[in-house]
Design a binder for this molecule. Structure first.
Ligand SMILES: *Cc1c(COP(=O)(O)O)cnc(C)c1O
Length: 415
Protein backbone atom coordinates (compact mmCIF):
# COMPACT_ATOMS: atom_id res chain seq x y z
CA UNK A 1 0.00 0.00 0.00
CA UNK A 2 1.25 3.49 -0.82
CA UNK A 3 0.34 6.50 1.25
CA UNK A 4 1.10 9.45 -0.95
CA UNK A 5 2.41 12.81 0.23
CA UNK A 6 -0.17 15.54 0.75
CA UNK A 7 -1.59 16.73 -2.55
CA UNK A 8 -0.27 20.13 -3.61
CA UNK A 9 -2.07 21.84 -6.47
CA UNK A 10 -0.55 25.06 -7.82
CA UNK A 11 -2.48 28.22 -8.47
CA UNK A 12 -2.92 28.53 -12.23
CA UNK A 13 -4.46 31.19 -14.43
CA UNK A 14 -7.82 29.56 -15.17
CA UNK A 15 -8.41 31.12 -18.59
CA UNK A 16 -10.64 28.46 -20.08
CA UNK A 17 -14.40 28.03 -20.56
CA UNK A 18 -14.70 27.10 -16.85
CA UNK A 19 -14.04 26.73 -14.01
CA UNK A 20 -13.53 30.38 -13.27
CA UNK A 21 -11.26 31.79 -10.63
CA UNK A 22 -12.91 31.56 -7.19
CA UNK A 23 -13.16 34.76 -5.15
CA UNK A 24 -10.98 34.62 -1.98
CA UNK A 25 -14.07 35.55 0.03
CA UNK A 26 -15.75 32.32 -1.09
CA UNK A 27 -12.71 30.24 -0.12
CA UNK A 28 -12.56 32.02 3.20
CA UNK A 29 -16.22 31.21 3.95
CA UNK A 30 -15.46 27.59 3.04
CA UNK A 31 -12.44 27.38 5.34
CA UNK A 32 -13.82 29.49 8.21
CA UNK A 33 -17.02 27.52 8.59
CA UNK A 34 -17.31 25.40 11.69
CA UNK A 35 -18.40 21.81 11.54
CA UNK A 36 -22.17 21.60 11.79
CA UNK A 37 -24.52 18.92 10.56
CA UNK A 38 -27.02 19.24 7.74
CA UNK A 39 -29.96 20.03 10.04
CA UNK A 40 -28.16 22.61 12.20
CA UNK A 41 -30.13 25.85 12.24
CA UNK A 42 -27.54 28.14 10.59
CA UNK A 43 -26.86 25.61 7.85
CA UNK A 44 -30.59 25.46 7.12
CA UNK A 45 -30.88 29.24 7.34
CA UNK A 46 -28.00 29.47 4.86
CA UNK A 47 -29.82 27.15 2.48
CA UNK A 48 -33.04 29.14 2.73
CA UNK A 49 -31.20 32.43 2.18
CA UNK A 50 -29.29 30.91 -0.74
CA UNK A 51 -32.58 29.71 -2.25
CA UNK A 52 -34.01 33.22 -2.00
CA UNK A 53 -30.89 34.81 -3.51
CA UNK A 54 -30.95 32.21 -6.25
CA UNK A 55 -34.47 33.26 -7.23
CA UNK A 56 -32.98 36.72 -7.74
CA UNK A 57 -30.09 35.40 -9.81
CA UNK A 58 -32.51 33.49 -12.05
CA UNK A 59 -34.99 36.37 -12.14
CA UNK A 60 -37.88 34.18 -11.11
CA UNK A 61 -40.81 33.72 -8.80
CA UNK A 62 -40.56 29.93 -9.27
CA UNK A 63 -40.86 28.42 -5.80
CA UNK A 64 -38.96 25.37 -7.01
CA UNK A 65 -35.60 27.14 -7.31
CA UNK A 66 -32.70 25.56 -5.43
CA UNK A 67 -29.25 24.00 -5.76
CA UNK A 68 -28.41 20.44 -6.71
CA UNK A 69 -25.24 19.20 -5.00
CA UNK A 70 -22.53 18.54 -7.56
CA UNK A 71 -21.52 19.93 -10.93
CA UNK A 72 -23.44 21.34 -13.87
CA UNK A 73 -24.36 17.89 -15.11
CA UNK A 74 -25.87 17.08 -11.69
CA UNK A 75 -28.28 19.99 -12.12
CA UNK A 76 -28.95 18.95 -15.70
CA UNK A 77 -29.67 15.38 -14.60
CA UNK A 78 -32.20 16.79 -12.16
CA UNK A 79 -34.00 18.91 -14.79
CA UNK A 80 -34.03 15.99 -17.25
CA UNK A 81 -35.40 13.58 -14.63
CA UNK A 82 -39.08 14.36 -15.50
CA UNK A 83 -38.46 12.92 -19.00
CA UNK A 84 -39.77 9.35 -18.99
CA UNK A 85 -39.22 6.49 -21.46
CA UNK A 86 -41.22 7.05 -24.63
CA UNK A 87 -41.67 10.83 -24.17
CA UNK A 88 -41.27 12.65 -27.48
CA UNK A 89 -38.35 15.10 -27.31
CA UNK A 90 -36.66 17.42 -29.82
CA UNK A 91 -33.06 18.25 -28.89
CA UNK A 92 -30.89 20.93 -30.50
CA UNK A 93 -27.18 20.17 -30.55
CA UNK A 94 -24.49 22.64 -31.64
CA UNK A 95 -21.43 21.56 -29.68
CA UNK A 96 -19.92 19.37 -26.98
CA UNK A 97 -22.23 20.21 -24.09
CA UNK A 98 -25.58 20.16 -25.83
CA UNK A 99 -24.26 16.89 -27.30
CA UNK A 100 -23.81 15.44 -23.80
CA UNK A 101 -27.21 16.82 -22.78
CA UNK A 102 -28.67 15.04 -25.79
CA UNK A 103 -27.06 11.80 -24.56
CA UNK A 104 -28.63 12.20 -21.10
CA UNK A 105 -32.03 12.85 -22.65
CA UNK A 106 -31.69 9.83 -24.97
CA UNK A 107 -30.79 7.62 -21.99
CA UNK A 108 -33.83 8.79 -20.08
CA UNK A 109 -36.30 8.56 -22.97
CA UNK A 110 -35.16 5.10 -24.18
CA UNK A 111 -37.19 1.98 -23.70
CA UNK A 112 -35.43 -1.01 -22.10
CA UNK A 113 -34.86 -2.48 -25.55
CA UNK A 114 -33.46 0.76 -26.96
CA UNK A 115 -31.11 1.13 -24.01
CA UNK A 116 -29.96 -2.48 -24.31
CA UNK A 117 -29.28 -2.02 -28.03
CA UNK A 118 -26.64 0.65 -27.31
CA UNK A 119 -26.32 1.26 -23.56
CA UNK A 120 -23.71 4.02 -23.75
CA UNK A 121 -25.20 5.89 -26.68
CA UNK A 122 -28.85 4.89 -27.15
CA UNK A 123 -30.85 6.17 -30.13
CA UNK A 124 -34.50 6.06 -29.05
CA UNK A 125 -37.21 6.53 -31.67
CA UNK A 126 -38.96 9.17 -29.61
CA UNK A 127 -35.99 11.60 -29.50
CA UNK A 128 -35.19 13.73 -32.53
CA UNK A 129 -31.76 15.36 -32.48
CA UNK A 130 -31.35 18.44 -34.66
CA UNK A 131 -27.62 18.80 -35.32
CA UNK A 132 -26.48 22.35 -36.00
CA UNK A 133 -22.89 22.59 -37.30
CA UNK A 134 -20.13 23.55 -34.86
CA UNK A 135 -19.59 27.31 -34.86
CA UNK A 136 -23.22 28.12 -35.71
CA UNK A 137 -26.03 29.21 -33.42
CA UNK A 138 -29.41 27.54 -33.04
CA UNK A 139 -31.85 30.04 -34.56
CA UNK A 140 -35.52 30.70 -33.92
CA UNK A 141 -36.31 29.53 -37.46
CA UNK A 142 -34.62 26.18 -36.94
CA UNK A 143 -36.51 25.67 -33.69
CA UNK A 144 -39.84 26.70 -35.17
CA UNK A 145 -39.43 24.38 -38.15
CA UNK A 146 -38.45 21.40 -36.00
CA UNK A 147 -41.21 21.84 -33.42
CA UNK A 148 -43.82 22.36 -36.15
CA UNK A 149 -42.73 19.14 -37.83
CA UNK A 150 -42.25 16.83 -34.83
CA UNK A 151 -44.74 18.22 -32.30
CA UNK A 152 -42.86 16.81 -29.29
CA UNK A 153 -43.85 16.88 -25.63
CA UNK A 154 -40.44 18.36 -24.64
CA UNK A 155 -37.78 20.44 -26.39
CA UNK A 156 -34.25 21.07 -25.19
CA UNK A 157 -31.62 23.67 -26.04
CA UNK A 158 -28.44 25.01 -24.43
CA UNK A 159 -28.63 28.80 -24.12
CA UNK A 160 -24.85 29.27 -24.52
CA UNK A 161 -23.03 26.29 -26.06
CA UNK A 162 -19.61 26.47 -24.45
CA UNK A 163 -18.09 23.87 -26.78
CA UNK A 164 -18.30 26.21 -29.76
CA UNK A 165 -18.82 29.47 -27.86
CA UNK A 166 -22.16 30.17 -29.52
CA UNK A 167 -25.24 31.94 -28.19
CA UNK A 168 -28.51 30.25 -29.14
CA UNK A 169 -31.86 32.00 -29.55
CA UNK A 170 -33.58 31.87 -26.17
CA UNK A 171 -36.50 34.05 -27.21
CA UNK A 172 -37.02 31.98 -30.36
CA UNK A 173 -36.90 28.79 -28.29
CA UNK A 174 -39.47 30.12 -25.82
CA UNK A 175 -41.76 31.40 -28.56
CA UNK A 176 -41.73 28.16 -30.54
CA UNK A 177 -42.37 26.13 -27.36
CA UNK A 178 -45.31 28.39 -26.58
CA UNK A 179 -46.69 28.21 -30.12
CA UNK A 180 -46.61 24.40 -30.30
CA UNK A 181 -47.46 23.78 -26.66
CA UNK A 182 -44.12 22.14 -25.94
CA UNK A 183 -42.40 21.98 -22.52
CA UNK A 184 -39.05 23.74 -22.92
CA UNK A 185 -35.92 22.70 -21.00
CA UNK A 186 -32.82 24.88 -21.08
CA UNK A 187 -29.14 24.48 -20.12
CA UNK A 188 -27.97 27.86 -18.81
CA UNK A 189 -24.75 26.46 -17.37
CA UNK A 190 -22.57 28.97 -19.20
CA UNK A 191 -24.85 31.99 -19.28
CA UNK A 192 -26.27 32.32 -15.74
CA UNK A 193 -24.28 35.00 -13.92
CA UNK A 194 -22.58 36.08 -17.16
CA UNK A 195 -25.43 37.27 -19.39
CA UNK A 196 -28.28 39.38 -18.05
CA UNK A 197 -31.66 37.70 -18.46
CA UNK A 198 -34.66 36.78 -16.31
CA UNK A 199 -36.10 33.33 -16.76
CA UNK A 200 -39.63 34.52 -15.95
CA UNK A 201 -39.53 36.36 -19.29
CA UNK A 202 -39.53 32.89 -20.96
CA UNK A 203 -42.60 31.19 -19.49
CA UNK A 204 -42.73 28.31 -21.99
CA UNK A 205 -39.39 27.06 -20.65
CA UNK A 206 -40.35 25.00 -17.61
CA UNK A 207 -36.96 23.78 -16.33
CA UNK A 208 -33.56 25.44 -16.14
CA UNK A 209 -30.14 24.32 -14.90
CA UNK A 210 -26.79 26.00 -14.36
CA UNK A 211 -23.56 25.09 -12.56
CA UNK A 212 -21.41 26.23 -9.61
CA UNK A 213 -18.16 26.90 -11.46
CA UNK A 214 -18.90 29.34 -14.30
CA UNK A 215 -20.95 32.52 -13.83
CA UNK A 216 -21.70 31.70 -10.16
CA UNK A 217 -17.96 31.33 -9.47
CA UNK A 218 -18.19 28.84 -6.65
CA UNK A 219 -15.90 25.99 -7.60
CA UNK A 220 -15.50 24.53 -4.06
CA UNK A 221 -17.79 21.75 -5.17
CA UNK A 222 -21.13 23.20 -4.30
CA UNK A 223 -24.44 23.58 -6.03
CA UNK A 224 -25.82 23.56 -9.53
CA UNK A 225 -28.70 26.07 -9.54
CA UNK A 226 -31.98 24.78 -10.97
CA UNK A 227 -35.45 26.24 -11.36
CA UNK A 228 -38.78 24.64 -12.30
CA UNK A 229 -42.10 26.25 -13.12
CA UNK A 230 -45.21 24.93 -11.39
CA UNK A 231 -46.22 23.32 -14.68
CA UNK A 232 -43.14 21.08 -14.58
CA UNK A 233 -43.62 20.27 -10.90
CA UNK A 234 -47.32 19.46 -11.36
CA UNK A 235 -46.47 17.09 -14.19
CA UNK A 236 -43.81 15.48 -12.05
CA UNK A 237 -46.23 15.14 -9.13
CA UNK A 238 -48.63 13.28 -11.45
CA UNK A 239 -46.15 11.04 -13.28
CA UNK A 240 -43.15 10.69 -10.95
CA UNK A 241 -39.60 10.02 -12.06
CA UNK A 242 -37.05 7.27 -11.55
CA UNK A 243 -34.58 8.87 -9.17
CA UNK A 244 -34.58 9.61 -5.47
CA UNK A 245 -31.54 11.86 -5.29
CA UNK A 246 -32.32 14.05 -8.34
CA UNK A 247 -36.09 14.03 -7.92
CA UNK A 248 -36.85 17.78 -7.99
CA UNK A 249 -39.75 17.47 -5.55
CA UNK A 250 -37.69 15.52 -3.02
CA UNK A 251 -34.48 17.55 -3.47
CA UNK A 252 -36.41 20.78 -2.91
CA UNK A 253 -37.56 19.64 0.53
CA UNK A 254 -34.16 20.15 2.08
CA UNK A 255 -34.20 23.73 0.76
CA UNK A 256 -37.48 24.32 2.54
CA UNK A 257 -39.83 23.86 -0.42
CA UNK A 258 -42.64 21.49 0.46
CA UNK A 259 -45.88 20.90 -1.46
CA UNK A 260 -45.38 23.97 -3.59
CA UNK A 261 -44.65 26.36 -0.72
CA UNK A 262 -41.76 27.68 1.34
CA UNK A 263 -41.78 25.74 4.60
CA UNK A 264 -39.40 24.27 7.17
CA UNK A 265 -36.66 22.17 5.51
CA UNK A 266 -36.74 18.41 5.88
CA UNK A 267 -33.95 15.88 5.35
CA UNK A 268 -33.14 14.77 1.83
CA UNK A 269 -29.41 14.14 2.03
CA UNK A 270 -26.39 15.29 4.02
CA UNK A 271 -25.52 18.75 2.81
CA UNK A 272 -22.08 20.13 3.64
CA UNK A 273 -21.98 23.18 5.90
CA UNK A 274 -18.79 24.24 4.07
CA UNK A 275 -20.46 24.02 0.67
CA UNK A 276 -23.55 25.88 1.87
CA UNK A 277 -21.43 28.71 3.31
CA UNK A 278 -19.31 29.02 0.16
CA UNK A 279 -22.33 28.98 -2.15
CA UNK A 280 -24.13 31.56 -0.01
CA UNK A 281 -21.08 33.87 -0.22
CA UNK A 282 -20.75 33.45 -3.99
CA UNK A 283 -24.40 34.48 -4.42
CA UNK A 284 -23.90 37.49 -2.15
CA UNK A 285 -20.90 38.59 -4.22
CA UNK A 286 -22.74 38.19 -7.52
CA UNK A 287 -25.85 40.05 -6.38
CA UNK A 288 -23.78 42.86 -4.84
CA UNK A 289 -21.86 43.29 -8.10
CA UNK A 290 -25.28 43.11 -9.82
CA UNK A 291 -26.10 40.85 -12.75
CA UNK A 292 -26.43 43.82 -15.10
CA UNK A 293 -22.97 45.16 -14.27
CA UNK A 294 -21.45 41.69 -14.61
CA UNK A 295 -22.99 41.27 -18.06
CA UNK A 296 -21.73 44.72 -19.12
CA UNK A 297 -18.20 43.97 -17.84
CA UNK A 298 -18.00 40.60 -19.61
CA UNK A 299 -19.12 42.29 -22.79
CA UNK A 300 -16.51 45.02 -22.44
CA UNK A 301 -13.53 42.77 -21.66
CA UNK A 302 -14.44 40.08 -24.18
CA UNK A 303 -14.31 42.78 -26.88
CA UNK A 304 -10.79 43.70 -25.77
CA UNK A 305 -9.59 40.10 -25.93
CA UNK A 306 -11.36 39.48 -29.24
CA UNK A 307 -9.78 42.59 -30.72
CA UNK A 308 -6.28 41.60 -29.55
CA UNK A 309 -6.37 38.00 -30.86
CA UNK A 310 -7.82 39.24 -34.15
CA UNK A 311 -4.87 41.63 -34.43
CA UNK A 312 -2.62 38.58 -33.92
CA UNK A 313 -4.17 37.06 -37.04
CA UNK A 314 -6.63 34.68 -35.35
CA UNK A 315 -10.20 34.25 -36.53
CA UNK A 316 -12.81 34.38 -33.76
CA UNK A 317 -15.89 32.23 -34.40
CA UNK A 318 -17.67 32.57 -31.04
CA UNK A 319 -20.13 35.18 -29.81
CA UNK A 320 -20.34 34.39 -26.08
CA UNK A 321 -18.96 37.10 -23.79
CA UNK A 322 -17.10 34.89 -21.29
CA UNK A 323 -15.12 33.03 -23.91
CA UNK A 324 -13.29 33.53 -27.20
CA UNK A 325 -13.15 30.52 -29.55
CA UNK A 326 -10.65 31.01 -32.36
CA UNK A 327 -8.79 29.54 -35.30
CA UNK A 328 -5.07 30.18 -35.48
CA UNK A 329 -3.78 32.05 -38.56
CA UNK A 330 -3.17 29.80 -41.58
CA UNK A 331 0.59 29.52 -40.99
CA UNK A 332 -0.01 28.03 -37.52
CA UNK A 333 -3.00 25.85 -38.42
CA UNK A 334 -2.63 22.35 -37.00
CA UNK A 335 -0.60 23.53 -34.02
CA UNK A 336 -3.64 24.28 -31.80
CA UNK A 337 -3.25 21.32 -29.43
CA UNK A 338 0.50 21.80 -29.08
CA UNK A 339 0.11 25.50 -28.39
CA UNK A 340 -2.57 24.85 -25.77
CA UNK A 341 -0.39 22.15 -24.14
CA UNK A 342 2.58 24.57 -23.99
CA UNK A 343 0.43 27.22 -22.31
CA UNK A 344 -1.07 24.74 -19.85
CA UNK A 345 2.38 23.43 -18.89
CA UNK A 346 3.22 26.99 -17.82
CA UNK A 347 0.06 27.37 -15.71
CA UNK A 348 -1.75 29.45 -18.35
CA UNK A 349 -4.76 27.17 -18.58
CA UNK A 350 -6.55 27.74 -21.88
CA UNK A 351 -8.39 24.95 -23.71
CA UNK A 352 -8.80 23.34 -27.10
CA UNK A 353 -12.31 22.43 -28.28
CA UNK A 354 -13.36 19.00 -26.98
CA UNK A 355 -15.00 17.91 -30.22
CA UNK A 356 -14.09 18.55 -33.88
CA UNK A 357 -13.01 20.91 -35.36
CA UNK A 358 -9.93 21.68 -33.25
CA UNK A 359 -10.00 25.30 -32.12
CA UNK A 360 -8.59 27.25 -29.17
CA UNK A 361 -10.79 28.53 -26.34
CA UNK A 362 -9.69 31.38 -24.06
CA UNK A 363 -12.04 32.30 -21.22
CA UNK A 364 -12.29 35.32 -18.95
CA UNK A 365 -14.51 34.09 -16.09
CA UNK A 366 -13.83 36.36 -13.10
CA UNK A 367 -10.94 38.07 -14.97
CA UNK A 368 -12.91 41.29 -15.36
CA UNK A 369 -10.17 43.89 -15.15
CA UNK A 370 -7.64 45.46 -17.48
CA UNK A 371 -4.63 43.83 -15.79
CA UNK A 372 -5.99 40.30 -16.09
CA UNK A 373 -6.97 40.68 -19.73
CA UNK A 374 -3.60 42.26 -20.49
CA UNK A 375 -1.85 39.30 -18.87
CA UNK A 376 -3.93 36.82 -20.85
CA UNK A 377 -3.21 38.65 -24.12
CA UNK A 378 0.50 38.87 -23.32
CA UNK A 379 0.81 35.16 -22.48
CA UNK A 380 -1.13 34.13 -25.56
CA UNK A 381 0.99 36.41 -27.78
CA UNK A 382 4.17 34.80 -26.35
CA UNK A 383 2.80 31.31 -27.03
CA UNK A 384 1.96 32.20 -30.63
CA UNK A 385 5.36 33.81 -31.20
CA UNK A 386 7.02 30.68 -29.79
CA UNK A 387 5.19 28.70 -32.44
CA UNK A 388 6.47 31.04 -35.17
CA UNK A 389 3.80 33.75 -35.50
CA UNK A 390 5.15 36.87 -37.21
CA UNK A 391 3.33 39.75 -35.51
CA UNK A 392 4.98 42.41 -33.35
CA UNK A 393 3.94 41.87 -29.73
CA UNK A 394 4.48 45.51 -28.78
CA UNK A 395 1.95 46.60 -31.38
CA UNK A 396 -0.59 44.15 -29.97
CA UNK A 397 -0.04 45.38 -26.42
CA UNK A 398 -0.27 49.05 -27.48
CA UNK A 399 -3.42 48.22 -29.41
CA UNK A 400 -4.96 46.69 -26.29
CA UNK A 401 -3.95 49.68 -24.19
CA UNK A 402 -5.49 51.99 -26.79
CA UNK A 403 -8.71 49.94 -26.73
CA UNK A 404 -9.01 50.42 -22.99
CA UNK A 405 -8.03 54.10 -23.11
CA UNK A 406 -10.53 54.86 -25.90
CA UNK A 407 -13.21 53.03 -23.98
CA UNK A 408 -12.39 54.98 -20.86
CA UNK A 409 -12.55 58.25 -22.79
CA UNK A 410 -15.87 57.36 -24.40
CA UNK A 411 -17.24 56.27 -21.03
CA UNK A 412 -16.05 59.51 -19.44
CA UNK A 413 -13.79 57.67 -16.96
CA UNK A 414 -10.75 59.66 -18.19
CA UNK A 415 -10.44 62.50 -20.70
C1 LIG B 1 -19.66 23.41 -18.42
C2 LIG B 1 -20.93 23.03 -19.05
C3 LIG B 1 -21.64 21.87 -18.67
C4 LIG B 1 -21.09 20.88 -17.69
O1 LIG B 1 -20.86 21.40 -16.42
P1 LIG B 1 -19.99 20.55 -15.34
O2 LIG B 1 -19.87 21.49 -14.20
O3 LIG B 1 -18.70 20.20 -16.01
O4 LIG B 1 -20.77 19.33 -15.00
C5 LIG B 1 -22.87 21.64 -19.26
N1 LIG B 1 -23.38 22.48 -20.18
C6 LIG B 1 -22.75 23.59 -20.57
C7 LIG B 1 -23.37 24.50 -21.59
C8 LIG B 1 -21.49 23.90 -20.03
O5 LIG B 1 -20.86 25.01 -20.42
Amino acid sequence: MTIYPALEIPNTLAAGPGPGNTDPRVLERFAQTGVADHMQKDVLRGMIEAKEMLRNVFGTENTYTFGVAGTGFSGLDCIFSPILPGDKVVVFVNGTFSGIDSLTIRMKASSREELAADPINPQPECVTVINVPHGQSVTGDMINTALAEYRPMWAFMAHWETGSGRINDLQGFNDACEKYNVLGICDVVSSLGVDYFRIDDYPAIVAWASCPQKGILCLPLTYAPVSFSDKAINLLARRGCRTYVHNPILEARHWGIIEGRDAAPSYHRTHSCYAVAAFHEALRILLTYTLKQKAADYNYHEKALRHAVTEMGCEVTSNMTSLVVLNLPAELAGLEKELVADCRAEGFCIWPTLSEPVQIRIGILNQLNTESITKIVSLFADAMIDKGAGFNKNEIMYGLKAYYENEWISKGIVD
